[in-house]
Ligand binder design. Structure first.
Ligand code: EPZ
Length: 430
């Protein structure tokens, strides 16, 4: 089983290019099936989750061609059935986006119940509430969700919870419903806006994405398009946090600084210097980080997907910091692993009380989920001595060439899959 082996202590220095947003790409791939015409998508990240979606599309007869590593050509006119239920798709959460797409286009769809990171219960009641409001009959059972409708009719839908997935799924179905749909209490994440822009480029009529009220006027047909996915806000934030934790100087390129405002603001509070240009952010951390307090919130608040990475950085800051996770009910599992590296953190319910320590020490840890895995790599980059990070398959679900990008910034990290290779790494970097 592949793992990362690291020798910590090097500040990260240099430049890193950010890829396309995984969480936008997953929804856009599903939305691309809503037309019989050809769709060209650029800046598609080459990660497990997007590849699983592409594989699932091929398995139902959709034409999918990677024209280069980050570009795909899709044509769904020959789709042969409306059931997405295969081993690849079971492992990712975003499978449920096919339901909104199929319901919108074909008024029917069957999709395997979503998988994804175990960071909480992650129900889909708001998705079902929206589809039902539009006139669909939705049943779950035998591991799948089945949705059918004679017709979809626009409706006024109030989300009980700010849900990225439900906002996007309902937006997709409503874009081909008859009449007008209003989604209240909608999620405002950058990738919600990206999917709305993508659908509008196909001829949809969606207004207000990025605010908490989205208005959709259904259309009969969507046409082909060429579209470029926005940069990944969380990949960018992860490298910003790695620069801060290792007291480095890193320029993160191909980003939209506005999407990173909550992260930049907190890093300034912690004593980092942040320099912004049109499409890059430079993070400079010359001295020990200072403590601060964080509460994860829907966008534009501090993103829950940056909570583990921030906790790792605060674990090295001077003083006591408090991190409250308000989105998911079980997103501190990684703290146990971080404690093995010397962190001093007490988790009480949805709050972590962090007493900064001078340093982490190398250890063997395992990634419990995607973002926590990336956070443990950041901890190992700062640690004194060698570390190994196992279960990196979680990390590779959402980070493309993660170890290579870190090596290019001066990190001593390699991907290995034998003890012999670990020994070789240790001899080389002793
Ligand atoms: C998306 O998950 C992302 N995943 C998550 O990123 C991200 O953490 C999350 O949005 C919040 O930003 C993808 O886009 C594939 P939600 P999603 O619906 O859509 C509750 C990563 O690391 N809820 O916004 O599943 C839910 O339990 C992943 O890339 C309901 O109660 O998140 C949670 O407490 C991890 N009922 C809250 O809402 C519902 O029907 C927010 O969930 C739906 C959600």
């Amino acid at each position: 089983m592949e793992k990362y082996v690291l020798n910590g202590g090097n500040p990260l220095v240099g430049e890193v290019e950010i890829g396309g947003a995984k969480n936008a790409a997953l929804a856009i791939l599903a939305a691309a099936t809503m037309t019989d015409e050809t769709v060209y998508i650029d800046n598609m990240p080459d990660v497990y989750d997007t590849n699983a979606m592409l594989q699932a599309m091929r398995s139902v007869g959709i034409f999918v061609e990677r024209t280069d590593r980050h570009s795909v050509k899709i044509n769904a006119s020959q789709i042969k059935n409306y059931t997405f239920d295969n081993d690849d798709i079971k492992k990712i959460r975003a499978s449920y986006y096919f339901l909104g797409a199929l319901l919108g286009k074909y008024k029917q769809g069957v999709v395997v119940l979503p998988g994804g990171c175990s960071i909480g219960l992650r129900p889909i009641d708001q998705h079902i509430k929206g589809f039902t409001a539009l006139g669909a009959k939705v049943t779950t059972g035998y591991g799948v969700i089945d949705a059918k409708a004679d017709a979809l009719v626009g409706s006024h839908i109030y989300l009980d919870v700010v849900s990225v997935g439900a906002t996007i799924n309902i937006m997709m179905a409503a874009s081909m419903a008859e009449g007008k749909t209003i989604i209240e209490n909608a999620a405002k994440e950058p990738h919600v806006v990206d999917i709305a822009n993508f659908l509008n480029s196909m001829g949809a009529d969606i207004k207000g994405a990025g605010t908490d009220v989205i208005r959709i006027r259904g259309v009969e047909k969507l046409h082909g398009t060429e579209y470029t996915i926005i940069p990944d806000q969380i990949e960018a934030g992860t490298f910003m946090m790695a620069a801060a934790a290792t007291k480095g100087d890193v320029t993160i390129k191909n980003v939209i600084p506005k999407h990173l405002e909550a992260i930049s603001a907190k890093l300034v509070e912690m004593g980092c210097q942040i320099h912004e240009s049109d499409d890059a952010v430079r993070v400079v951390a010359t001295r020990r980080l200072q403590n601060t307090h964080i509460k994860t919130l829907p966008y534009p608040g501090f993103p829950t997907d940056m909570q583990p990475q921030m906790t790792v950085a605060l674990g090295l800051a001077s003083g006591i910091s408090i991190v409250t996770e308000s989105i998911f009910e079980n997103r501190f599992k990684y703290v146990e692993e971080l404690t093995r590296m010397g962190a001093s953190i007490k988790v009480e319910g949805s709050t972590a009380i962090i007493e900064g320590v001078d340093k982490y020490t190398g250890a063997s840890v395992s990634a419990p989920d995607l973002r926590a895995g990336a956070a443990l790599v950041i901890a190992a980059l700062t640690a004194e001595g060698f570390s190994t990070v196992e279960d990196i398959k979680y990390i590779e679900r959402g980070y493309e060439d993660f170890d290579q990008k870190l090596r290019d910034l001066g990190a001593q990290i390699e991907k290995v899959d034998s003890d012999k290779e670990i020994q070789k790494f240790k001899l080389k970097n002793a």
